[in-house]
Design a protein around this ligand. Structure first.
Ligand SMILES: [Zn+2]
Length: 182
């Protein structure tokens, strides 16, 4: 098994350990049914457009459709807020140096759940032991984009010929507004 391949299925014994209760309703049956009629074609691993996008996990964002991209064109690194974390950097470095990407876009979005305060998030999660987690909440949307573009640049781990830009995606209109030019 290569560096960038993963087992498709979680071993049943392991999966059983994650089951909270036997009456839990999951999407899994529907997912497996849908997957029966889905076929992938072999394609190269490195993104065809040498592009790597960092964005939020928000369910309203479809990066391929919104930005005119096809399967195989780009890496999309997603987390809550599209923030540049240590793990984002881990993925970006592999994207750039193992898989040849040269253009890096940081895209945050309007009405993001992380555009609040860490305290507000922790309050919403009351009862959970999350005191040690920095949810990387932000106040100013454009500034958070500038900060995360700068965080990528500051790693000094991007290729010398890399282009880095940042923008804000409007989840209500689908429009991307550039905040940091390449
Ligand atoms: Zn978001």
């Amino acid at each position: 098994m290569g560096l960038f391949t993963q087992s498709r299925h979680i071993a049943p014994r392991r999966a059983a350990a994650f089951r909270a209760d036997s009456t839990a309703v999951t999407e899994l049956d529907r997912i497996l049914k849908a997957n029966e009629s889905y076929t992938a074609s072999p394609m190269a691993g490195p993104p065809a457009k040498r592009l790597c996008i960092v964005t939020c996990m928000d369910a309203r964002i479809d990066p391929l459709a919104a930005f005119g991209l096809d399967l195989g064109d780009t890496h999309v690194i997603r987390n809550a807020g599209g923030r540049v974390t240590d793990d984002t950097i881990r993925s970006v470095v592999l994207s750039a140096h193992a898989l040849g990407t040269r253009e890096f876009g940081v895209i945050h979005h309007t009405r993001c759940g992380v555009q609040t305060t860490n305290d507000a998030i922790k309050e919403a999660l009351a009862g959970l032991d999350v005191g040690h987690i920095d949810f990387l909440a932000f106040d100013d949307l454009d500034q958070s984009v500038r900060d995360d573009v700068q965080a990528l640049v500051d790693t000094k781990l991007l290729p010398p010929d890399a282009a880095v830009w940042g923008g804000v995606y409007d989840v209500d209109t689908g429009q991307l507004r550039i905040v940091v030019e390449p």
